[in-house]
Design a protein around this ligand. Structure first.
Ligand SMILES: [Zn+2]
Length: 330
């Protein structure tokens, strides 16, 4: 296939629009959770979120742009087939990130000599060494959701994530991807179908397609892909909400309380443990929290309200507060 007819400017504009949408969606999180003491705190899952973000920006968005704006039928077929794989691979990658973030201990790859192989080298090298079955349960979106439901108390973010994954669009995508891998390309020069004969037996019919892509199928696929990208952006959004706002609790875990106080300089809400506040009041000193690039303000110790947070978030904020007020590393 000779590619010489791509509408580069249009494609780049489209990719930039998708990247901007993703970026804006993520900005909403920072606004909705601005009661954080510092923007880089308590966010142990950041590399996972960046992993998902870069996969969308570097793989899915360009493939979507190319599939949507390709001119010739051959190009449309090629990019749509490629896009189909990438769109579902995102779901697989999402499952991997949940597995890591929630320490589910499902095995990330299907084959390896043993788990130690997984730790070394890139996946080309890992694959070369790992052509053996590995025992244990392997990561899939289904196994991850099942395991999370079994071990963790659900929350609103997890419920939304499950709803998105159960949407008709995502289920259709999975089938399309399976068909693409095991049956035939989504778009190709030949079409395979099963026909039930009068004798009750199925016959396989393989017939050549027109050289031109089937327009109806093509538009349907492009529109489905765009809707899926929207949902995948939401999946990242709610994953990040779980990271920075509300991580799910283990079945036996309980939330802990933090106090909301205000920065005297920028009036932003900050979180502090009550014990630290009492301690500061006895000492009659005001802690200083450089909670963003601009502000290095003192904290007003009047408690505005109390909020329940995940124990990990409580510990992280408590350690940070101790470090800042006493100057000790915990
Ligand atoms: Zn401030």
């Amino acid at each position: 296939m000779k590619i010489n007819s791509l509408k580069v400017r249009k494609i780049n504009k489209f990719i930039n629009r998708l990247s901007k949408e993703l970026e804006e969606q993520m900005r909403e999180i920072q606004i909705s959770n601005s009661n954080y003491n510092s923007e880089d705190m308590c966010i142990a899952g950041t590399p996972l979120y960046l992993h998902l973000n870069s996969y969308m920006n570097e793989n899915v968005f360009p493939a979507m742009g190319l599939a949507k704006y390709a001119k010739s039928s051959a190009e449309k077929m090629f990019f749509c087939n490629y896009l189909c794989i990438l769109l579902y691979s995102f779901i697989e990658l999402y499952a991997q990130c949940l597995n890591v973030y929630y320490h589910l201990d499902l095995i990330p790859i299907h084959k390896a000599v043993d788990r130690s192989v997984i730790s070394g080298g890139g996946i080309v090298e890992q694959t070369k060494q790992g052509l053996f079955d590995i025992s244990g349960r392997v990561v899939s979106i289904e196994s991850v959701i099942k395991e999370l439901s079994k071990k963790y108390q659900t929350n609103e973010y997890f419920e939304i994530i499950k709803n998105i994954l159960e949407m008709d669009e995502i289920r259709r995508l999975k089938e399309l991807r399976n068909n693409q891998l095991h049956y035939q390309p989504v778009f190709g020069r030949f079409n395979q179908s099963y026909i039930l004969g009068n004798d009750g037996f199925f016959t396989i019919n393989i017939s050549p397609n027109n050289a031109d892509i089937d327009k109806k199928e093509y538009f349907e696929f492009v529109s489905l892909s765009e809707r899926i990208i929207n949902e995948e952006i939401k999946l990242i959004y709610y994953f990040v909400e779980m990271i920075i706002d509300k991580k799910m609790l283990l079945k036996e875990e309980k939330e802990r309380k933090l106090c909301v106080v205000k920065c005297m300089k920028c009036k932003r809400d900050l979180l502090l443990p009550e014990e630290i506040i009492s301690y500061m009041k006895v000492l009659e000193v005001l802690p200083v929290f450089p909670h963003n690039n601009e502000c290095n303000g003192k904290v007003n110790l009047d408690i505005i309200r109390k909020v329940n947070v995940h124990p990990e978030k409580y510990c992280s904020i408590a350690f940070d507060a101790i470090r800042r007020t006493i100057g000790e590393d915990c």
